[in-house]
Design a protein around this ligand. Structure first.
Ligand code: ADP
Length: 328
């Protein structure tokens, strides 16, 4: 496709882990497309639905009353079959048979890898929009859903802080992030946590014990330690047991879990989702066929899709020093 080719119809899907704000993007894409005379199909359940030809044409009212709802009305899925080239061929054929000229994919770095492969191998025009609570895609400062997940975790930590302070306790509060420390770092800074344990950090129990004791000597009654779940959800229980057994420090554990994924999107995620969805359609209308809509220098921009092919939590990792300096 070149700049002169008129886009007549597009499809949109949500893939991988759902995140609050995906519905804002869907709404924005659908309404911008319709406003510009472009047909828009909603594909159910991500790449799985694409392979099953499971999609419906959407209209302005299909996306009414969803801006405030978490999750995704299109549903999401993990689809291992999409990693195989012959299935991506099938997907391209399904789109072609329906006369669909471009695909908009909302998801994490895995979903982007699928989108890049579909674009590079089959020539399907693709626009990627980063949607994941983990804020861990290269090429963008923010992903949709991160702000809401952080806000949910902050509210929970503030509540736990009340009880920790009232009873002189140490709490390990585990937040999501298998390979990303973004939620842990932002929540740690925003709640004044005494310590943040990153997802890829080897746990130094002696150091944690020393920091807790230092706090007690300074008159601190309670400590909050934010733990990124890493590759072992629930690992906070192991840390708490070792602190008790080897250092005689008692603590409580709270694993926040999936409450961080759901809920009504914050104003930031609603706004970002609305702006990104609109820019996705504009980008296609300008004749671009392999772009991602990202936030850089605090501006929403359209950049090459390949910029977003890696997992990366560097945008938040830049604030690790602040988390440490403020937690003495
Ligand atoms: P996320 O998009 O949230 O990172 P996943 O990593 O589970 O979630 O990826 C979502 C889906 O994207 C996978 O189930 C698969 O369909 C597709 N996908 C992931 N990696 C690839 C890849 N290397 N090639 C093709 N498709 C992929």
């Amino acid at each position: 496709m070149n700049a002169k080719t008129k886009i007549t119809s597009v499809a949109i899907l949500t893939s991988g882990g759902d995140s609050p704000g995906m519905n804002c993007v869907i709404r924005s894409v659908v309404r911008t497309a319709i406003g510009n005379g472009i047909k828009v199909y909603g594909i159910n359940k991500g790449y799985e639905g694409l392979l099953n030809n499971d999609m419906i044409e959407m209209n302005a009212s299909s996306v009414g009353n969803i801006i405030q709802r978490g999750g995704t009305i299109l549903q999401s899925s993990r689809c291992p079959e999409f990693r195989e080239k012959h299935n991506r061929e099938k997907a391209a054929q399904i789109l072609e048979d329906r006369g669909i000229k471009a695909l908009i994919v909302i998801g994490g770095d895995g979903s982007f890898k699928g989108a890049i492969a579909l674009n590079q191998e089959m020539g399907v025009p693709v626009i990627g929009i980063p949607g994941t609570i983990d804020n861990d895609i290269s090429g963008t400062q923010y992903t949709i859903g991160f702000d809401t997940a952080v806000q949910t975790a902050i509210e929970a930590v503030d509540k736990i802080r009340d009880t920790a302070a009232s009873s002189n306790r140490t709490f390990f509060i585990e937040v999501m992030g298998a390979k990303s420390s973004s939620i842990a770092l932002k929540v740690g800074i925003c709640t004044g946590a005494e310590n943040v344990l990153l997802s890829d950090q080897k746990v130094d129990h002696q150091k944690i014990a020393d920091a807790i004791r230092r706090g007690i000597r300074r008159g601190k009654g309670s400590s909050i330690i934010i733990v990124a779940e890493g590759d072992k959800p629930g690992r906070s229980y192991d840390i708490a047991h070792i602190l008790k057994d080897l250092h005689d420090i008692s603590s409580k554990v709270c694993v926040l879990g999936h409450i961080q994924r759901g809920g009504s999107p914050t104003s930031n995620d609603r706004f970002l989702g609305s702006v990104m969805g609109q820019m996705a359609i504009e980008t296609l209308m300008e004749g671009n066929t392999q772009n991602a809509i990202v936030v850089r220098d605090d501006r929403v921009q359209s950049v090459p899709l390949s910029d977003c092919s890696e997992k990366s939590d560097h945008a938040m990792k830049a604030f690790k020093g602040i988390a440490e300096e403020l937690s003495i």
